[in-house]
Design a protein around this ligand. Structure first.
Ligand code: NDP
Length: 514
């Protein structure tokens, strides 16, 4: 099951196990069960601290638990944790076996103190890049607190459950049989939801911080570069972010950072985190900025209620998916309206879906989805695609993709639970038409994340981007902006990085002169 190179790597990792770990498989005669058995046997053979039992009685088959011999750690994997979840499995084994997690001591203590009974179930797809963060956070909580259990469920394998619970987006998290949340979430966010006092405590801690020299808002390519450049100047640097990586977390292979031939978005985000944490940067995460108030000390207010002050601020809040802005879209986000084909695509196996848009993202999504869905209809509002010709040619060669031109999307129709159809205006014959389908993948570009600045005097342009000059200065002295949230043209990772460096050097220059 595992190749020799991977086995050697794992053998080295498992030397870090301090305590024994028991894997208990619930398997039958199916091919997937045999695959799971082979994987677990391979793993158990790599360390005498890992043992394998095959007498599990979990109703979900195939599945297995990762536990201590005394049975006080409740982690279950329903389905094979390969793909993006393989790391989740290895971390679960290491942490159950006593390998210390890379989480702040106060967070560990907070998890240990949680009282009550918390049975988490997370539906994932193996191609989802956002899912491992949730699975790993919940597994860690289960390792640290016997009141918490965590089960990862591969939605593609347990289709009946997915259908019954009407799950149309991953990760979808259930707590004690009730919907708990959807989408990327880290340990602190989950803790904040089950231990509401923790948000107030964190806000008090943040508000008590002394003013910064440079405060960076954002965690993507521009923000990470800006923060590291500032810290390397030896000035007091803070970073307010919801995550490390920003938009690269939704990108699979990145091939246009010329120093690296090819890298996965999540891998690059992990490098950003490692690099940020190795510098003197005060990271406030997960936190979202809600207001900027200029002054001699610039104030940034956060959603948690905290207020942070700084002599200079760098705005690098990036961009997010553009929405169609039609009736029904908001209602059915996560219930048929999707933005991430890699994550949610596997839930639409054998179904009819639409892709909205004609750029590179849309055409790539259509090509990806054509291998999973029964049929893919691509709708564009103009009469020509703007994607690269090589992608257009590939798409045109695929039999289960249809392109509809001059289609103006009108309404997302659903049955209250999930999407059932999409209506559009056919601008060729001027008639309203309906497509019966289960999923709509919206791929129509990005909008800058600047809504939180609308009540501040920072000048935005017509596209709602923060207006910057060639040195990344905004209209407010001491406030700089970088990356996709700014008016800097050509939204690319390397450009965001360059912008982040420029904004940071401009902030440093401003500090010296004032
Ligand atoms: P683009 O801006 O390139 O394309 C947006 C598409 O959405 C266009 O077809 C546009 O139509 C359509 N659109 C915009 N607004 C609406 C709306 N309200 N309703 C319906 N349709 C709408 O965005 P992408 O996300 O595709 O790409 C962003 C950048 O990333 C580009 O530079 C792209 O080249 C790059 N990219 C590169 C990839 C690669 O090289 N492999 C992969 C993915 C992205 P219209 O033409 O009518 O305006």
């Amino acid at each position: 099951m595992l190749d020799n190179k991977v086995k050697e790597q794992l053998r080295a990792y498992f030397t870090k196990l301090v305590n024994p770990v028991v894997l208990t498989a619930s398997i039958d005669t199916s091919a997937k069960s045999q695959e799971m058995q082979a994987l677990l046997k391979d793993i158990a053979d790599l360390s005498d601290k890992i043992s394998l039992l095959e007498n599990g009685t979990n109703a979900r088959t195939p599945s297995f638990t990762v536990n201590r011999p005394e049975g006080n750690c409740q982690i279950t994997f329903a389905g094979l944790p390969m793909g993006h979840e393989f790391t989740s499995l290895i971390l679960a084994i290491l942490q159950t076996g006593g390998y210390p997690p890379k989480v702040e001591a106060d967070v560990i203590e907070q998890i240990r103190q949680v009282e009550g009974s918390f049975n988490f179930e997370t539906y994932i797809s193996l191609s989802c890049q956002n899912c491992p963060e949730v699975v790993q956070a919940l597994n860690l909580m289960a390792v640290l607190n016997p009141n918490i259990s965590s089960t990862m469920i591969d939605g593609a394998l347990f289709q009946d459950e997915v259908k019954e619970r009407q799950i149309m987006a991953v990760p979808s998290i259930y707590l004690n049989d009730k919907e708990f949340g959807q989408g990327r979430m880290n340990v602190k966010e989950i803790l904040g939801k089950i231990d509401t006092g923790s948000i107030k405590r964190e806000a008090e801690k943040i508000s008590a911080k002394a003013p910064f020299d440079v405060l960076v808002i954002g965690g993507g390519s521009a923000a990470a570069t800006a923060a590291i450049y500032a810290a390397r100047k030896g000035i007091r640097t803070g970073l307010v972010t919801e995550n490390f990586g920003g938009q690269i977390l939704n990108t699979t292979d990145i091939e246009n950072i010329i120093a690296i031939k090819k890298i996965e978005g999540t891998h690059l985000a992990a490098i950003y985190e490692e690099n940020i944490r190795s510098h003197a940067i005060d990271v406030m995460m997960p936190q979202r900025a809600t207001k900027l108030i200029p002054g001699e000390l610039i104030e940034v207010q956060l959603e948690c209620g905290a207020s942070v002050k700084s002599k200079t601020v760098i705005l690098a809040t990036g961009a997010s998916w553009r929405k169609m802005g039609i009736p029904g879209e908001e209602t059915y986000i996560g219930k048929g309206v999707a933005f991430c084909p890699h994550c949610d695509g596997p839930l639409y196996k054998g179904k009819d879906v639409a892709v909205i848009g004609g750029g590179n993202s849309a055409v790539e999504a259509a090509i990806d989805l054509s291998g999973i869905a029964k049929h893919v209809t691509v709708l564009i509002r103009s009469d020509k695609l703007t994607a690269d010709s090589v992608l257009q040619e590939k798409m045109q060669s695929i039999a289960n993709i249809t392109l509809i031109k001059k289609a103006k999307t009108a309404e997302v129709v659903g049955d209250g639970q999930k999407v059932t159809a999409l209506t559009y205006l056919d601008q060729i014959d001027n008639t309203q038409k309906t497509l019966t389908l289960s999923g709509i993948f919206v791929q129509i570009g990005q909008v800058p994340t600047t809504g939180w600045l609308k009540d501040s005097p920072v000048k935005l342009n017509a596209k709602q981007e923060i207006e910057v000059d060639a040195s990344n200065c905004t209209s407010i002295p001491g406030v700089f902006a970088a990356g996709d949230a700014s008016s800097s043209p050509y939204k690319q990772i390397v450009i965001a990085m360059g912008d982040g460096a420029k904004a940071s050097l401009s902030a440093f220059d401003y500090l010296i002169r004032h």
